[in-house]
Design a protein around this ligand. Structure first.
Ligand code: ZN
Length: 301
């Protein structure tokens, strides 16, 4: 397997933020860490908040996207995850939010983070003209399906459904990288929002992690497509399948075969298009394989 690992640097930056209580005039120290240290479009951003005291709630956002937090049973450490969309402009952004303590105190999160530019290559492909110049019926169908997908991305399941590490859905040669700017039949189109894994017809497709099936449908562009909700606004998508072995509402385990590789939809040959959304942002699914797991030792490293 020649899959490149996502460029997720495990080194975390430790910050001690001094926060002023909203209803008591004392300083409230808590710690915050995040990963990766270097942010680029397509990255998956993780943040941890830790205190000696119990925390009741954490809210934060980065680059106008909400970060969804969850906690362990002690409520002293909270973890959040967010995506940096592949078309995010480079520049200085603010990580802002609020930490509410169980005893009623609260404190603000204020941190500047720089998103660096990332250059994506351009790719030229040729497909059947009906996928480029859409008739009225196809155009309406594509628009309806785009709205359906957007509604899924904007739905956040508050519970984390994934376990341990994510794995690629099949072993393959990477044929088309994430983020490539595409020129289809000579016309500029939206950038490639996933990775294309070359495989022969019928190759089993495995769930990258445990989750719930929220879509199993034949789409105009993506063909037979499966979407898994892993919780906290994190979704994986598997497109151009020849077969789908699951149905909407099924709970699947990590590594469970959910379908088979095919060439349905707008394709030039059989492959699996694997994509990931976090807080609606289009991120590189290969970054999932280096996502840090919840651990109680993060702040003792
Ligand atoms: Zn693709």
């Amino acid at each position: 397997m020649i899959l490149r690992q996502g460029q997720c640097f495990l080194s975390c930056l430790l910050l001690l933020l001094t926060c002023v209580s909203s209803n008591r005039s004392i300083d409230l120290p808590f710690q915050i860490k995040f990963s990766p240290k270097i942010l680029v479009p397509g990255a998956i951003f993780q943040v941890w908040v830790h205190s000696q005291d119990s925390i009741s709630r954490v809210e934060a956002s980065l680059a106008e996207r909400d970060i969804v937090f969850y906690t362990t049973s002690t409520r002293k450490q909270w973890e959040g995850v967010a995506g940096i969309d592949l078309e995010t402009l480079p520049g200085l952004y603010s990580l802002t939010g609020t930490v509410w303590m169980t005893d009623g105190r609260s404190g603000a999160i204020r941190q500047s983070l720089r998103i660096l530019p990332k250059k994506f290559p351009t790719q030229r492909i040729q497909v059947k003209q009906k996928y480029v110049t859409l008739g009225a019926q196809d155009s309406q169908r594509a628009a309806r399906e785009a709205r359906q997908l957007q509604a899924i991305w904007e739905t956040v399941t508050s519970k984390r459904l994934w376990v341990e590490t994510f794995h690629p859905p099949l072993s393959s040669r990477l044929t088309s990288g994430f983020g490539r700017r595409r020129i289809v039949n000579g016309k500029r189109r939206s950038p490639h929002s996933g990775v294309d894994l070359k495989a022969s017809f019928g190759t089993p497709i495995k769930a990258a992690n445990s989750g719930k099936v929220v879509l199993a449908q034949d789409l105009f562009f993506a063909g037979k497509t499966i979407i898994l909700d892993h919780g906290l606004g994190l979704y994986t998508l598997y497109a151009h399948c020849s077969k789908m072995w699951i149905k909407v509402g099924d709970l699947v385990g990590q590594g469970q075969v959910i379908g088979e590789v095919g060439a349905t939809g707008r394709v030039t040959g059989p492959h699996l298009h694997w994509a990931c959304r976090v807080s609606s942002a289009r991120v590189n699914p290969l970054n999932l394989t280096t996502l840090l797991m919840p651990t109680t030792s993060i702040f003792s490293q």
